[in-house]
Design a protein around this ligand. Structure first.
Ligand SMILES: [Zn+2]
Length: 186
């Protein structure tokens, strides 16, 4: 299903939301501006006099008036397995092969037992075989050099990593905020 990209009034991405939620913002007159041609249509009730069903066309990107709740924003940007695998293009950082998500794991570069955090810069995508071989060691100790360096995606990149189905106009908007060196551009 199409997700609507919700921004704040300044144009900063806030969350992917369902069409129904976007419709509520529109109905409450909380949409400051929007971008793009209508991408999805919601059907409402039938008018008893005319027999016609009401419809509401939704734009792919809406900017909502007022402040957006901070905890929601945090959840939106945090690192999770699915986003990590997409950041790394499903490529194991140790053997360099591409795997399906079910065959991948998040590897702590500095092991968790040594205080390595669950963070964008301490996690890489690893196949289960390589992760098991590396065990509780650093890449140096295991003599398994990293094939790429983990990095923290910026806000726009994180939104791209958070959604598997992104419309062209949404992608165009988000890519404007992605640095030129990002792997997402390649
Ligand atoms: Zn591997």
């Amino acid at each position: 299903m199409t997700s609507i990209l919700m921004l704040d009034a300044a144009g900063t991405p806030q969350e992917w939301i369902a069409p129904k939620e976007a419709a509520l913002y529109l109905a409450k007159d909380q949409v400051a501006w929007h971008v793009g041609e209508p991408c999805t249509t919601l059907r409402g009730g039938t008018n008893v006099l005319t027999g016609l069903q009401s419809t509401l066309s939704l734009p792919p990107i809406i900017a909502v008036k007022g402040a957006v709740h901070a905890s929601r924003s945090y959840r939106t940007l945090s690192c999770d397995g699915a986003r990590l695998f997409r950041r790394d293009r499903h490529l194991c950082a140790y053997c360099g092969l591409v795997f399906r998500p079910a065959e991948l794991s998040a590897d702590h570069v500095v092991p968790e037992s040594r205080g390595g955090p669950w963070s964008w810069t301490n996690l890489v995508t690893a196949c289960r075989g390589c992760n098991g071989r590396k065990g509780n060691r650093t890449p140096e100790e295991a003599r398994m050099p990293l094939l790429y360096v983990p990095y923290e995606p910026n806000r726009h990149e994180t939104f791209i990593l958070s959604n598997r189905v992104i419309r062209f106009d949404q992608m165009k908007f988000l890519l404007q905020g992605v640095p030129a060196h990002s792997r997402l551009r390649s």
